[in-house]
Design a binder for this molecule. Structure first.
Ligand code: GAL
Length: 378
């Protein structure tokens, strides 16, 4: 009996222990080790915004305002910061100090349309020392090896369009002459005139050689036909002198054509011819380039015969592509490695294609393409 009491006690004791264990609150699960807070994503180092210095020659001619604003927009939408400056009224010292500021201000690349292509040697030596690439825009920069690339329109072809227009409009192939032609080109510091003027002459040369085309003033050297600053006032003054000294007029000595290398010079010539009494019915052929609004109105009115459309949007986009490639360390698009020697060697270039413009096609070229609105040309 004693053994059985003992045994019972043992069984009860075990039962108690088991039941106590069963009732014991389950040991709280060890709290999951708090997830280590995700290491905050290292704040993406702000992609370094690259800065482009755009140096344009002047605000006084329409085209440079358009070049400046088109490039600014194109570069900004490609994510660049832009420092855009205009050199006052073609003021060389101002352009130089603006470029100095661009270099000091940390520009990664410079795009420059020079007022005087030969005046930037010193300032660009600084750019070169600091490894800042330079693109010559529209006009070649000469006498410095700091220029990496050149983007422009085919300037010789622009001139050729102008000369060829005169050949075709006056049917020189069947003319006996004399056909009286006067010549105007642009600023002597602008390297483009060394392509525009010969381009124009290249089409006329066979007729000059055969004596069909003559220049009554005898002013045919590039130095004699240059127009400082490409200014309309200067071309008007020279045309007025030519009218007086050669007795040109609707009822006097016949003037068949005036080869002008751009629109601003053409506008001055047109003003002088209007003042001399010419009307759209008897207007001499006046050529141009740029499709400036004033000149397109003259095309429509019959007081300028043709212009050349150089879509500044095309050139702006080309330059953005060039800059992106250069800054990425790759070769930018180039399509000419022969034509433009700046005195230190040939500068690899991209030449955009100019397009002939006249009263017949201006609508399609300029309005349908969104370059101008109908209202701009009223
Ligand atoms: C030239 C340019 C022309 C014209 C002229 C006057 O260098 O190629 O388009 O605008 O300057 O600014």
């Amino acid at each position: 009996m004693k053994r059985s009491v003992k045994a019972l006690t043992l069984v009860l004791a075990i039962a108690m222990i088991v039941s106590m264990a069963a009732c014991a609150p389950a040991a709280p699960a060890a709290p999951a080790a708090p997830a280590a807070p995700a290491a905050p994503a290292a704040p993406a180092a702000p992609a370094e915004v690259q800065k482009v210095g755009l140096s344009m020659p002047t605000m006084s001619l329409q085209r440079w305002n358009q070049d400046g604003s088109n490039m600014k927009a194109a570069f900004e939408s490609a994510g660049f910061e832009v420092d855009l400056q205009y050199g006052g009224e073609n003021e060389v010292p101002m352009q130089i100090s603006q470029i100095e500021n661009m270099i000091a201000g940390g520009c990664d690349v410079l795009v420059i349309a020079a007022i005087d292509g030969g005046s930037l040697t010193e300032v660009l030596a600084d750019a070169k020392t600091q490894g800042i690439p330079v693109i010559a825009y529209d006009r070649l920069i000469t006498g410095t090896d700091a220029v990496s690339y050149y983007a422009t329109f085919d300037n010789f072809l622009v001139g050729k369009f102008q000369g060829q227009y005169i050949v075709d409009a006056l049917d020189l192939a069947n003319a006996t002459g004399p056909i009286n032609v006067e010549y105007f080109t642009g600023d002597p510091g602008d390297n483009n005139i060394n392509f525009l003027f010969p381009g124009g002459l290249s089409a006329l040369q066979p007729y000059i050689d055969s004596g069909v085309v003559v220049c009554p003033s005898g002013q045919t050297d590039i130095g004699q036909v240059a127009t400082v600053d490409w200014s309309s006032e200067n071309s008007q003054a020279r045309m007025e002198n030519l009218i007086t000294s050669n007795n040109y007029g609707p009822n006097a000595t016949k003037l068949d054509a005036v080869l002008c290398n751009n629109d601003s010079t053409a506008q001055g010539v047109t003003n002088a011819l209007l003042n001399a009494g010419y009307t759209p019915d008897n207007f001499p052929i006046v050529t141009g380039q740029d499709c400036d609004i004033v000149s397109v109105k003259n095309l429509i009115a019959g007081t300028q015969a043709m212009s050349v459309f150089k879509d500044t949007r095309t050139l702006a986009n080309q330059v953005v592509a060039m800059v992106k490639a250069i800054l990425a360390g790759s070769e930018p698009p180039i399509n000419d490695t022969e034509t433009y020697d700046n005195g230190t060697g040939v500068i690899p270039s991209f030449l955009c294609e100019p397009v002939f413009a006249s009263a017949e096609n201006y609508r399609e070229l300029l309005i349908d393409s969104g370059y101008y609105t109908e209202a701009d040309l009223q």
